[in-house]
Design a protein around this ligand. Structure first.
Ligand code: GLC
Length: 742
C-alpha cells in the first residue's frame, strides 16, 4: 500500500502560507473557537449563536440544513467576525440526502464501486444545496457482528470490499476538486475498531490485538486517507483500554506519523467529555488535555474544548503548538473546500442532477443490492402470464419511511416507491392484488391479522410477504441480542405456508437475520436490506424478471446468533472441522466415549457453516466458470500477474454476475485467513455469452502485518480461487518468490 499521493507542492505551500499567516493573527480564544463545533439544529440559530460566531468562538456547526439559515450563520462568521473565517457545516449524509440510496450495507452487496460513487455524488449535490459542506461518512468500521445495530451503516465484514467502496464514497462526496460547487468534505469513521464492540452491544468495549487491528480494521481507513479523505472521526469505544478519542497510538503514531494524514480529526458527539465516563480521566479538564494532546482537532458538540483549553494552555498543560497544529489542520480543509473564496450556498451554482436521474441511480443501486438467497424450483421470477392474482402481505409492503433505513435525517418518504406501489406500477390492472398488512409492526406479537392474510393467499396465485425489521431496529444504539425475525413474523410465514401457495419473502433489515426457522417454509427469499427511495420499483423488477437479482452478501449470515462472530476470512485454527468431524447434537449416540465427539472447531448444535456465506447470491441465470489461468505460477515480489477466467451465462436471461477473486497464504509469519478477497468485478452476460474477466494481482496486495506489526510480503505458496462466492472452488496455485539479489 503506497502512501498518500503528494498534493501539488505549489498548492500545499500556498495554502500552508495562508494558514501560517492567519494563525499568526489569531488569539487563543479564536483558535479554540476553530476547534469547537456547536449544534445548530434550531431555526433561530443565527440569533442564539450569533454572538459566539461573531466573537470567533465557533468554527463549525452541525445539523442545520436550511440554506437560508446556513447563509445567515455564515454571513456572521465571514462578514462580522474579526478574521472572517468561514464555518464548516456538518451533517450525517450517510446514504443519501433527500433521495435515499440503500443503506451502506445494502450498497456493499452491489460489489459495485461505480454505483456507490454515483450515490454519494447525488447525496453530496443535494446536501450542498441545503448548505452542508461536510458529511460524517463513509462509515468504514469492519463489522462482523450482526447483533451490532451499526452494521447497517457499515460496508460489511471484509477489508478489501470496505476499502474499495469506502474510497468510492469519498470520491463521490469530494469529487475531483473539493473546492468545486457541490463537493463536500467526507469523514472516515469511526477510528478505530468500533465494529468489534463486545457482543455487538453498541459503544461497548473493544479489545483488538494490534496485529488484527492493522490487518483488518485499519485497512479501510488507510485506503480512505490515501484517497484524500478530508477528515476522520474518532470512535466512542474504548480500544484496548484507551478510547479512540484519546488514543495517541491511533491518532499520532498511525494516522500522522505512518500515514502522513493532513486533514483533521473530529471527536464523535460529546466523546471528549465521555472520557471521564469511561474512567480514563477525572473530569473535563483532563479529558480536554487527553484528547487535544492525543490529536483530536475538533470537539463535536461537547463544549469541552471551549471551556477547558484556554485554561490548560495558560497552565502549560497543553502547548500552543498542539493548538496551532489542530487549527492548521482545520483551516487546511476550509481552504481545500474553497470556503474562504466562496462561503455561501448558491443553489443555482450547484450542478444538480435531474430528479429523474437521481431516481434512476437510486433504483440501480437498489436493483444491484438485493440478494437472492433462495429460489426453490425457480419460483422466481414470477411469470406475468401466469400470475392473475397476488397477495401482498406484511408490515413492510407499503411503508415509504421504513424502507429508507437508518440515518436518514433528511430522506423524503414522499419520494419513495414502496413494494406494493412498485408491483402495482409494473403490473397495472392485469393482476388482482390483495394487500394485507397483517401486523401493526414487525415487532407485533398479535396474530389477529393473520386470518385475513391467509384468506387473501388462498385466493391468489402467489404470496409476496414483505418482512424484516423497521429501520429503528438497526443503526446507532439499536443492537439486538436475538437477530431472528421480530414479533410473530415466523408464525405468519407458517400460516402462509399452510395455504400451499408459493410464498416469496422480501426481507428488509439493517443486518443479517437468522432465518433458519423460516427458510424451509419459504419458496424464495429476496434480501433487500433497507433499499431506499426506489426500493419498491427495483423489487418489482426483480420479482417479475425485468431484471435478475445480482447482489452478493457483504457479510456472513449465521444459522444461529450463538455462532457469532462467524465470518469467511477466519483463521484455520489447529483443529479445523471436517465433514467427518461434524457430529451434530441430534446424531450423538447415547453415552459416547468422552473424546469420540467433536474434537474440532464447531458447535454441536449449529455445525461450522453459516446459513449463507460472504459473497453468496443467486441469480435467475446460471454462471459457469472455466479456464482459470494465471500469467505466471511464480510471482516475483514487486511484480504483478494477470488472473483470467472465462464466465459463461448458461441461463435463459441476461444478468449481472459479481466475479470474485480470493487468495490464501498457506504459511505466514503470523497465521493467515483461510481466504481473503483480493478482487471483484461485476459483469453483464447475455444468455450463452462467455466473457473473460481479468484481474491484475500485485504482490503488494499480498502484504500483511507480521509478528512485529510491520508490513511484510513473504515468499511462499498461495492458493487462489475465482467464482461467485467465498466458497468458490475453481482453484489455482502460485508461489510468491524473492527476486534474487533484489
Ligand atoms: C453520532 C454518531 C456519529 C455521527 C455523529 C453526528 O453519535 O456516532 O456516527 O456522525 O454522532 O451525528
Amino acid at each position: 500500500m503506497n502512501g498518500p499521493a503528494p498534493a501539488k507542492a505549489a498548492d500545499t505551500s500556498a495554502v500552508d502560507q495562508r494558514i501560517a499567516e492567519l494563525l499568526g493573527r489569531m488569539t487563543l480564544a479564536e483558535k479554540v473557537g476553530q476547534m469547537s463545533q456547536v449544534n445548530a439544529d434550531f431555526p433561530d440559530a443565527p440569533a442564539r449563536l450569533g454572538d459566539a460566531i461573531r466573537e470567533g468562538r465557533i468554527g463549525s456547526v452541525i445539523n442545520q440544513v436550511d440554506p437560508g439559515v446556513v447563509n445567515a450563520l455564515q454571513r456572521i462568521a465571514v462578514e462580522e467576525s474579526r478574521l472572517g473565517i468561514p464555518l464548516l457545516v456538518g451533517r450525517d449524509v450517510i446514504h443519501g440526502f433527500r433521495t435515499t440510496m440503500p443503506i451502506p450495507l445494502g450498497q456493499a452487496a452491489s460489489f459495485n464501486p461505480e454505483i456507490v460513487r454515483q450515490g454519494a455524488r447525488v447525496a453530496a449535490l443535494e446536501a450542498a444545496a441545503a448548505g452542508v459542506n461536510w458529511t460524517f461518512a463513509p462509515m468504514i468500521d469492519i463489522a462482523r457482528d450482526p447483533r451490532w445495530g451499526r452494521i447497517a451503516e457499515s460496508l460489511g465484514e471484509d477489508p478489501c470490499l470496505a476499502s474499495r467502496l469506502g474510497v468510492a464514497m469519498v470520491e463521490g462526496f469530494q469529487g475531483e476538486d473539493l473546492a468545486a460547487q457541490g463537493a463536500i468534505a467526507a469523514c472516515a469513521k469511526h477510528f478505530a475498531g468500533y465494529g468489534a464492540c463486545e457482543s455487538g452491544r453498541d459503544y461497548a468495549t473493544t479489545n483488538i490485538p494490534e496485529n488484527e487491528l492493522r490487518n483488518v480494521h485499519l485497512a479501510p481507513f488507510r485506503a480512505a486517507v490515501d484517497a484524500g479523505v478530508a477528515t476522520l472521526m474518532t470512535s466512542f469505544s474504548d480500544l484496548n483500554g484507551v478510547p479512540g478519542t484519546a488514543n495517541r497510538f491511533l491518532l499520532r503514531q498511525v494516522l500522522r506519523a505512518e500515514w502522513n494524514f493532513r486533514g483533521f480529526v473530529v471527536s464523535d458527539w460529546d466523546s471528549i467529555r465521555q472520557l471521564a465516563v469511561h474512567g480514563l480521566t477525572a473530569g473535563d479538564a483532563d479529558s480536554a488535555h487527553e484528547a487535544a494532546t492525543a490529536g483530536v482537532d475538533m470537539d463535536m458538540a461537547g463544549g469541552v474544548y471551549a471551556a477547558q483549553l484556554p485554561g490548560l494552555v495558560g497552565e502549560g498543560r497543553v502547548g500552543i503548538d498542539v493548538i496551532d497544529a489542530a487549527v492548521a489542520n482545520i483551516l487546511r480543509i476550509k481552504f481545500r473546500l474553497g470556503l474562504f473564496d466562496s462561503p455561501y450556498v448558491e443553489g443555482d451554482r450547484i450542478p444538480l442532477v435531474p430528479v429523474e436521474e437521481r431516481a434512476r441511480i437510486a433504483r440501480q443501486a437498489a436493483l444491484q443490492s438485493v440478494v437472492l438467497l433462495k429460489n426453490a424450483a425457480g419460483v422466481l421470477p414470477l411469470a406475468r402470464a401466469d400470475v392473475k392474482s397476488l397477495a401482498v402481505v406484511g408490515p413492510l409492503a407499503d411503508d415509504p419511511y421504513e424502507q429508507l433505513g437508518t440515518w436518514i435525517f433528511d430522506g423524503d418518504p414522499g419520494r419513495s416507491v414502496t413494494g406494493l406501489q412498485g408491483i402495482r406500477d409494473l403490473l397495472g390492472e392485469d393482476v388482482k392484488i390483495r394487500h394485507v398488512r397483517a401486523m401493526e409492526t414487525t415487532r407485533s406479537r398479535s396474530t389477529d391479522g393473520f386470518d385475513e392474510a391467509v384468506d387473501a393467499a388462498r385466493v391468489s396465485d402467489a404470496v409476496i410477504a414483505f418482512l424484516g425489521e423497521e429501520s429503528i431496529l438497526s443503526g446507532e444504539a439499536h443492537s439486538r441480542a436475538d437477530i431472528g425475525l421480530p414479533g410473530a413474523q415466523a408464525e405468519l410465514v407458517g400460516r402462509l405456508r399452510e395455504t400451499g401457495k408459493p410464498v416469496i419473502a422480501v426481507i428488509m433489515a439493517g443486518r443479517p437475520l437468522t432465518l433458519t426457522d423460516v427458510i424451509d417454509d419459504l419458496d424464495a427469499v429476496l434480501f433487500a436490506w433497507h433499499p431506499g427511495t426506489m426500493g419498491g420499483a427495483a423489487l418489482a423488477d426483480l420479482l417479475f424478471g425485468v431484471e435478475s437479482p445480482s447482489g452478493k452478501l457483504p457479510v456472513t449470515f449465521p444459522r444461529a446468533v450463538g455462532q457469532v462472530p462467524i465470518y469467511y476470512n477466519r483463521k484455520n485454527t489447529g483443529k479445523p472441522s471436517t465433514p467427518e468431524s461434524l457430529v451434530l447434537i441430534d446424531d450423538i449416540p447415547v453415552r459416547p466415549g468422552q473424546t469420540s465427539i467433536g474434537n474440532t472447531a464447531y458447535h454441536l448444535d449449529a455445525g461450522d457453516r453459516p446459513l449463507f456465506p460472504f459473497g453468496f447470491g443467486l441469480s435467475y441465470a446460471s454462471f459457469e466458470y472455466a479456464g482459470l489461468r494465471l500469467g505466471t505460477h511464480e510471482l516475483r515480489i514487486g511484480d504483478a500477474m494477470s488472473v483470467r477466467v472465462d464466465v459463461t451465462n448458461r441461463g435463459g436471461m441476461a444478468a449481472d454476475e459479481v466475479v470474485q477473486l480470493y487468495v490464501r497464504d498457506l504459511v505466514g509469519n503470523v497465521t493467515r485467513p483461510v481466504r481473503e478477497l483480493k478482487g471483484f468485478r461485476r459483469i453483464r452476460l447475455d444468455p450463452g455469452q462467455t466473457g473473460t474477466v481479468e484481474f491484475v494481482l500485485h504482490s503488494d496486495e499480498l502484504a500483511f502485518f507480521g509478528r512485529d506489526n510491520t508490513l511484510i510480503v513473504e515468499p511462499g505458496e498461495f492458493h487462489l480461487w475465482v467464482g461467485g462466492s467465498s466458497e468458490a472452488d475453481l482453484r489455482a496455485t502460485f508461489r510468491l518468490v524473492e527476486v534474487s539479489g533484489g
